[in-house]
Design a protein around this ligand. Structure first.
Ligand SMILES: *Cc1c(COP(=O)(O)O)cnc(C)c1O
Length: 355
């Protein structure tokens, strides 16, 4: 804990809480009353403020807009039946935040400041945290360059901002996915492992094409040969093959997901073999054909588990079992929810207590 973390709080005069419909919470569209805004200048983080959520005034020349010096994080807070509020594994997001910053020549933010300033905002917004099953408060920290300068060089000033959105339970229908064999999300030596804004802008065109072809999502493959599995959309991809949890090992082309890490830890708790390695499309397709592939899903903070309903490769659809009958991903979902809402022991110390 930093005792020097001094946040100036300006509360809203007009809370939107009473008029918010908590039975209808589309993802990422409803924001809480306040946001955290911090400035970086002269080599240090300063002006820690919590202010009413609203527009910013910025120069149109900021390099975030022109050259993409911008990245984000995503994590969630949960309210337990006894009113306690916890944030799930914020230390992991704090360290990944700094990895992204490093790759984009942006300043580091000490991990305890990241976690404690977010906790201060969540504490102020605790009335906004929905309590219905599967509901949570989605937290979106991000950093961007603010120098009003059109030269291609690292900015000297930045903003760190945190927004919060109450979100509902995410019921992903089984997804029809294709293995992407033309476009590439990231390549070796690139910055696929960073949550850089540009990675997502560049994936929209391939997503649009896949949707036009009738797919809900695509599985990214390696940039060189398009023969190895990397990720699924903006989530990590995991398989149960021959009773083992199999997932691509993280490297510079793959985002090191907190959900991925959590699912691996649970599998190990249950004594299930885990393989983090290169995973070929061929072995996944073969498993779908011969029945040794019993589970396949995307893993990420927004959806937790997004089940694959059918995989498409080389002109052929490979349908999979009904997700509600899948032993592993169902157990993961149940266990994770129980831990997050304080209904099961948090043996890994994943819950960070707010306030
Ligand atoms: C955010 C993200 C993930 C999932 O990470 P979590 O920490 O589990 O939310 C996976 N892949 C990509 C490309 C991402 O942006």
């Amino acid at each position: 804990m930093t005792d020097t973390l001094d946040i100036k709080i300006t509360k809203t005069q007009q809370s939107r809480l009473a008029q918010t419909d908590f039975s209808n919470l589309p993802f990422g569209q409803i924001f809480t009353d306040h946001m955290l805004v911090v400035d970086y200048a002269d080599g240090e983080w300063k002006n820690f403020q919590i202010v009413p959520y609203g527009p910013l005034e910025l120069s149109p020349a900021i390099s975030a807009l022109h050259y993409g010096q911008a990245f984000f994080e995503g994590l969630k807070a949960y309210k337990h039946a006894d009113g306690k509020v916890t944030i799930f594994r914020p230390d992991k997001n704090a360290s990944r935040f700094n990895k992204s910053a490093d790759r984009l020549c942006m300043p580091q933010l000490p991990e305890d400041i990241f976690v404690n300033s977010i906790a201060a905002l969540v504490d102020l917004e605790r009335e906004w945290i929905p309590t219905a099953p599967g509901h949570s408060l989605y937290i979106r920290p991000f950093m961007f360059a603010t120098d009003p300068y059109l030269g291609v060089s690292p900015s000297k000033t930045y903003k760190f901002i945190v927004l919060c959105c109450p979100v509902g339970a995410y019921f992903s229908k089984p997804l029809r996915v294709k293995f992407e064999s033309h476009y590439t999300r990231s390549a070796e030596g690139g910055f696929g492992y960073a949550k850089a804004a540009g990675n997502y802008g560049g994936s929209m065109e391939p997503f649009k094409r896949a949707a036009e072809e009738g797919f809900d999502q695509l599985i990214w493959t390696d940039a060189k040969e398009h023969l190895y599995v990397e990720e699924m959309g903006a989530a990590n991809v995991m398989f149960v093959l021959d009773g083992k949890l199999v997932t691509p090992s993280t490297r510079d082309t793959i985002l090191d997901g907190v959900t991925r890490d959590t699912v691996i830890a649970l599998a190990r708790d249950w004594g299930m073999p885990v393989e983090e390695r290169r995973v070929s499309i061929a072995e996944v397709v073969e498993g779908a054909k011969n029945g040794s592939l019993t589970d396949a899903f995307g893993a990420g903070t927004a959806a937790t588990i997004a089940p694959v309903g059918a995989m498409h490769y080389d002109g052929v659809d490979y349908p999979m079992s009904d997700p509600s009958t899948r032993e592993f991903s169902q157990k993961v979902l149940k266990t994770l929810n129980a831990i997050r809402y304080g209904e099961a022991p948090d043996t890994h110390n994943w819950n960070f207590l707010v306030g």
